[in-house]
Design a protein around this ligand. Structure first.
Ligand code: PMP
Ligand code: GLN
Length: 384
């Protein structure tokens, strides 16, 4: 393994899912739903397969039906207008979109300011692109993880090329507020920075939280690369369909890298996702309501077991603080949790450069069936 990747090892998700299998535990670690997305969308994939749509290499930018559906979605939801031919790129999941954006936009030595904790692929992809990550730590404040705008500003230097943002935020469940996003946008404009924004949980926001795409803020439309994912929005994480929307020059840069990563992917599924994006609001509302109920179920169980719970405003993850259980090392805690309770979780420290900052935090996924969450809550209450 080369020096760029040496620090990364095996992803925590593979490690913890293997642990769940080995111990027969309930896996609330890796974030994937245990219920597949809509039947009619699975049928759409079967139809595409059967009719020979997408069984051979689809077009490099993605099939026209999906690019049109992505632009229609951005317009309907956010009032954003994109040209499906020059401003949309279909990728092999959001994971490839992130990789291709960083590989296509960074020069070696460029600094990337990213929110910490960060989704694990960010660090590895910045490293593969020869960039330097500069984390800005989200810190607990009145029940949520908050972005300190002064720290964000101070993190930008003359070497900063781009800001890597994620809202709704994995693993903390934070949804960036209008004030926070306005500050990010003002900073990007003032320092002439690009922004790559991972908005894969755009449809999972709860209560009075609102997902505001960065591209809608003044001066941002043409300097922002926005990333979405059918895995998250439609519960098809195995299909690996994601997309990028951005100005033509940025899409072109991302595509330059993408064409040498996978070239193309997921042909028949692209047609199915095009139909999914056109589902009526009822689908999105029901999905959100279902996840909100699950959040309540798991958050309640964790609280009863003695965890300090940060109720997420978005995503399907709950970050907890284990110090209220008399514990302080999330790594050790997650390694022993399957034996102690029959439940698997993720230590947030893996998402930090400043590992000590993340040490007492542990993440649980709640995108699971009600009975599974009830059983997990029961086991945790019994163990603590
Ligand atoms: N970004 C974030 C914040 C995620 O949580 C995930 C999925 N775990 C991804 C990107 C990757 O998405 P995909 O499965 O579409 O590659
Ligand atoms: N995004 C998912 C999570 O955060 C897992 C993705 C993966 O396994 N790479 O849990």
């Amino acid at each position: 393994l080369n020096r760029r990747l040496a620090e990364f090892g095996t992803t925590i998700f593979a490690e913890m899912s293997a642990l769940a299998l080995r111990t027969g535990s309930i896996n609330l670690g890796q974030g994937f739903p245990d219920t597949d997305g809509p039947e009619e969308i699975r049928e759409a994939a079967v139809r595409a397969l059967r009719d020979g749509r997408g069984n051979q290499y689809p077009p490099g930018p993605g099939v026209p039906e999906l690019r049109a559906a992505v632009t229609a979605h951005q317009l309907r939801r956010y009032g954003l207008t994109f040209d499906p031919d020059t401003e949309v790129l279909v990728t092999a999941g959001a994971t490839e979109a992130i990789a291709a954006a960083l590989l296509g936009l960074l020069e070696p030595g460029d600094e990337v300011v990213a929110l910490e904790p960060y989704y694990d692929s960010y660090a590895a992809c910045i490293a593969m692109a020869g960039g330097r990550r500069v984390p800005v730590t989200l810190r607990p404040h009145e029940g949520r993880f908050r972005l300190d705008l002064d720290e964000l500003r101070a993190a930008v230097t003359d070497r900063t090329r781009l800001l890597l943002i994620n809202t709704p935020h994995n693993p903390t469940g934070t949804v960036l507020t209008r004030t926070e996003l306005t500050a990010i946008a003002e900073l990007a404009v003032e320092r002439d920075l690009l922004v790559v924004t991972d908005e894969v949980y755009e449809h999972l926001v709860f209560d009075d939280a609102e997902h505001l795409p960065l591209a809608t803020f003044p001066g941002m439309r043409d300097r922002t690369v926005t990333i979405g994912s059918a895995g998250k929005t439609f519960s098809f994480t195995g299909w690996k369909v994601g997309w990028v929307t951005a100005a033509p020059a940025l899409v072109s840069a991302v595509r330059s890298a993408k064409q040498y990563l996978t070239y193309v992917a997921s042909g028949p599924f692209q047609y199915a996702v095009a139909e999914a994006l056109a589902l009526p609001d009822d689908y999105f509302d029901a999905f959100r309501a279902d996840m909100r109920a699950k959040r309540e179920l798991l958050a309640g169980g964790l609280e009863q077991a003695g965890f300090t719970v940060f109720r997420p405003a978005g995503t399907y993850f709950i970050t907890t603080d284990i110090r209220s259980l008399g514990e302080s090392d999330g790594f050790a805690f997650c390694r022993s949790l399957p034996e102690r309770s029959g439940v698997v979780a993720i230590p947030n420290a893996v998402f930090y450069d400043h590992r000590e900052q993340g040490a007492p935090f542990v993440r649980f996924a709640f995108c699971k069936r009600q009975g599974v969450l009830e059983e997990a809550a029961k086991r945790l209450r019994k163990a603590f």
